[in-house]
Design a binder for this molecule. Structure first.
Ligand SMILES: Nc1nc2c(ncn2[C@@H]2O[C@@H]3COP(=O)(O)O[C@H]4[C@@H](O)[C@H](n5cnc6c(=O)[nH]c(N)nc65)O[C@@H]4COP(=O)(O)O[C@H]3[C@H]2O)c(=O)[nH]1
Length: 810
């Protein structure tokens, strides 16, 4: 027995639980090894001491109080105590059991105690409490309802900041499965969220809807499975967030986008939009039809031609920079050129450019219709010429321009003679053909900028702007009359029988540019003149203005007389002597005269211009050259005259004849005139057109020995560089400079300059129109070597010239 007690005592001593026994006064009677270890004292140091001597006062007081309670209560006291033991910095928790001890008489005999270390459990408990607090705080802060559902979707509990956030009153869903509360499809969505959460650990984004009295409400679920112990059924935390507002916004956006799409897709325009990177982010069906699928592509990726692409790139660049552009472009669609009106503009979000968009509207058809309308409104459908309205418009414009610029113009009113007869005999179709052809001929007779219009029926109007006097008007009117007089080849009847039709025109001319005149008044004048032409037997041109008419008539007469003059050889040549510094005759200039049967001897000033205009100068010039060559040949045979040169004026028109050089060569041959004695006087105007041909022609003649003088030098605009290239031998100072050489310093300077220039270019210079000794002296002082003018002799017939020559030589 004694051994057993000893073994028990040894075992208690070794137990890894602190065990102690105290006497009724609280003195330790026993402390096992671990108790001594924890107090870090030797057993002998502990035994006989009280808690007050071993522990901090507060702990000691508590321990004594527990002991006392056990003794008083006569039953064990179990307390949890927090002890900070020496050598252990952290708090330690112990579960102490205080067993009161009694002697045989039942009197208190002390306390036996043991303490179990519950520090770890206590720490867990603390953490759990903290976690619970956190959880509660999170739940508190949750803006959305949180449900706990089982795997069948039964609501086990819920928590919500407000019942308004619930899809239904709690009474409706608490303890119920989702299928009992929601329509099948929505319930299935919820269950699917639970299944997914069970499978992968969470589920987010599943949306179900509820048709509530106030309208449809949407909820988005976030589901997480709850932790469970073995054998526990699966439960889920389900967060249900109401997203009705977002859904409504999405829906509104979708509706708007659908609306926009519907509009954009059904509007007959191309629509596209690009993001900031230039990629196409939207296109409508029409854009796709024209350009193919552009989505994600940039400008240039869809096979446009380089210029189109460059143009677009530039427009896009400007739109990205914030500009809105409206433009009209033309490009090819399915091999056909079409016109598009385009808008390119920035897409702004809160003021910032986030991309660009554009519309391209195919306006080809509209343009065509507009053109058609314009043509119908302003052009005669038969001939395509401007109609009366457009003619009036142009006439008003011409009148104001001529008033502003001080230029002259005329209006021709043209009526086809006997046109009605053609209509009656060959039908309207033939008449129409003739009118169309007449329109074409009218247009061919006028310059660009002039107007030929059809007033209606067989009446046409031609507006000639900026003309040089009545002569030019008459020339064009005559040309028109001649053009219309050419035969018309028409097809008549069903068989298309060919008919040749001749018509003539009566033309009335009204002039404008001199004083105020309205369009209506001008037209009325032309109309009056046109009736005069009709009255004069048709096929005629009549001018409204009597003075004008007189001038035209006079010109017409002169023209006829000129023709007759050529036929009946009414021309003569007079010769004006040319002298050197010592006033010795060195030659003559042949000058044309016309011995008119009624008007007497006429100087060229009265007819040479008309001869030029009408081309009659060509045969006249030929006669002059031939006569001059004969004269030269005669001079060549006599020693007194063999050295003389003969200068002959050649008009521009005559010189431009391609056959001119051959003609001169043939004349030299046929007459035997010495070429080196012949001098052709050309004016600057003959030389400016078609420079290369002129030079070539001059060189061909120069090669024969013929010399060239440049007449009227200084009055034209020829560049010196060009003149240098011409094979000239002489410059002629125009008489206009010589006339005032003594009184006008400018003319003196010009004369001096021409002389210096001639010397520099190696050209002889002759001064014409020398009338006084002073002029002669001045020119001589400037180095002039040759002269012509009344001072030395007037133009005279050959007999007179030769007599004067003999006298001078004699
Ligand atoms: N006031 C004044 N006048 C003088 C004096 N000396 C000569 N004249 C005139 O000046 C003109 C010189 O001829 P032009 O400059 O070749 O100017 C010529 C020439 O351009 C042209 N012309 C004359 N004959 C012909 C010809 O056969 N063929 C061509 N194509 N044109 C000719 O007609 C123009 C005028 O010829 P004309 O009336 O004969 O007038 C001549 C002549 O009579 C003078 O001291 N004082």
């Amino acid at each position: 027995m004694k051994d057993d007690n000893a073994r028990l005592r040894a075992a208690i001593d070794k137990l890894r639980v602190p065990i102690y026994i105290k006497d009724p006064q609280g003195r330790y009677l026993y402390a096992n090894e671990l108790a001594c270890e924890l107090l870090e004292r030797a057993r002998a140091d502990i035994l006989g001491r009280t808690d007050a001597e071993l522990f901090p006062p507060e702990l000691a007081r508590a321990m004594q109080a527990h002991d006392q309670r056990a003794l008083t209560g006569r039953e064990p006291v179990i307390v949890e105590e927090c002890v900070r033991l020496a050598g252990r910095p952290e708090m330690n928790w112990g579960l102490s059991i205080k067993q009161p001890l009694f002697d045989e008489d039942g009197a208190p005999d002390g306390v036996a105690g043991l303490t179990i270390d519950i520090t770890a459990r206590k720490r867990d408990e603390h953490e759990l409490v903290a976690l619970k607090n956190d959880y509660a705080a999170i739940l508190q802060a949750l803006p959305d309802p949180l449900f706990v559902l089982d795997a069948e979707g039964r609501c086990l509990s819920y928590r919500t900041p407000s019942e308004d956030l619930l899809a239904a009153p709690p009474s409706l869903f608490m303890g119920r499965r989702v299928h009992e509360v929601l329509p099948p499809a929505e319930a299935e969505t919820c269950l699917e969220a639970l299944r997914e959460a069970a499978r992968v650990g969470h589920s987010t984004g599943k949306v179900f809807r509820v048709d509530a009295p106030g309208g449809t409400r949407w909820f988005e679920l976030s589901v997480a499975p709850m932790a469970r112990s073995a054998g526990e059924p699966q439960r889920f935390n389900v967060l249900s967030r109401e997203i009705t507002a977002r859904k409504q916004m999405e829906q509104a956006l979708q509706e708007r986008e659908s609306l926009l799409r519907a509009v954009v897709d059904n509007t007959p325009v191309e629509y596209w939009a690009r993001d900031l990177q230039g990629r196409c982010i939207m296109q409508n069906a029409m854009t796709a039809a024209h350009w193919g699928d552009l989505l994600d592509k940039r400008v240039g990726d869809s096979g446009e031609s380089a210029p189109v692409s460059a143009d677009w790139a530039e427009s896009n660049r400007r739109a990205y920079a914030g500009e809105t552009l409206h433009k009209e472009v033309e490009y090819e669609v399915d091999g056909e050129r079409r016109v598009f009106q385009c808008l390119v503009a920035p897409i702004r979000v809160q003021g910032e450019v986030m991309g660009i968009f554009g519309f391209n509207q195919d306006v080809t058809e509209r343009k065509r219709q507009e053109r058609q309308i314009h043509e119908l409104a302003f052009f005669d459908p038969l001939t395509g010429l401007p109609n009366r309205r457009l003619m009036y418009d142009r006439l008003e414009h011409a009148l104001s321009t001529s008033a502003r610029r001080g230029t002259e113009g005329v209006l021709l009113l043209i009526d086809l003679d006997h046109f009605k007869d053609l209509n009656d005999s060959h039908g309207h179709d033939a008449g129409d053909q003739l009118l169309v052809e007449a329109g074409v001929r009218l247009n061919a007779c006028i310059r660009q900028g002039d107007t030929a219009a059809r007033l209606g029926g067989d009446e046409f109007v031609v507006i000639l702007e900026d003309i040089e006097g009545v002569a030019q008007a008459n020339t064009i009117a005559t040309r028109i009359g001649e053009a219309l007089a050419r035969p018309f080849h028409l097809r008549c009847g069903k068989d298309g029988e060919r008919v040749v039709q001749h018509v003539s025109a009566s033309i009335g001319v009204g002039a404008f540019g001199r004083g105020e005149l309205s369009a209506a008044e001008l037209l009325r004048r032309a109309d009056t003149a046109m009736y005069q032409a009709k009255a004069a037997g048709r096929n005629a041109i009549c001018f409204f203005d009597p003075a004008m008419q007189a001038a035209v008539t006079e010109r017409a007469t002169l023209h006829a007389d000129l023709r007759e003059a050529i036929r009946s050889r009414q021309f003569e040549l007079h010769y004006q002597v040319q002298v050197d510094t010592r006033r010795r005759p060195v030659g003559a200039e042949a000058l044309l005269r016309w011995r008119h049967p009624h008007k007497g001897l006429l100087a060229p000033g009265g007819f040479i211009e008309l001869a030029e205009e009408t081309g009659l100068i060509v045969p006249i010039g030929h006669w002059v050259l031939e006569t001059a060559c004969r004269q030269l040949a005669r001079w060549a045979q006599r020693a007194q005259t063999a050295h003389l040169r003969l200068a002959v004026n050649v008009s521009a028109r005559q010189f431009r004849q391609p056959s001119f050089a051959d003609e001169v060569r043939a004349l030299l041959e046929s007459t035997g005139a010495p070429a080196e004695r012949l001098k052709l006087e050309l004016t600057e105007s003959s030389l400016i057109e078609d420079a290369e041909a002129v030079i070539e022609r001059m060189q061909a003649l120069r090669a024969l020995g013929i010399r060239f003088a440049l007449d009227d030098f200084g009055t034209g605009y020829s560049s010196l560089a060009y003149l240098k290239r011409l094979p000239l031998t002489q410059l002629k100072i125009d008489q206009s400079f010589v006339r005032d050489v003594m009184s006008d310093p400018n003319d003196a300077t010009i004369a001096r300059t021409i002389l210096a220039l001639g010397s520099n270019l190696g050209l002889a210079v002759i001064a014409e129109g020398v009338e006084t000794e002073e002029q002669y002296d001045f020119l001589a002082a400037q180095g002039c070597r040759d002269y012509q003018g009344y001072l030395f002799g007037r133009p005279v017939p050959m007999e007179v010239f030769e007599a004067a020559l003999a006298q001078a030589q004699g």
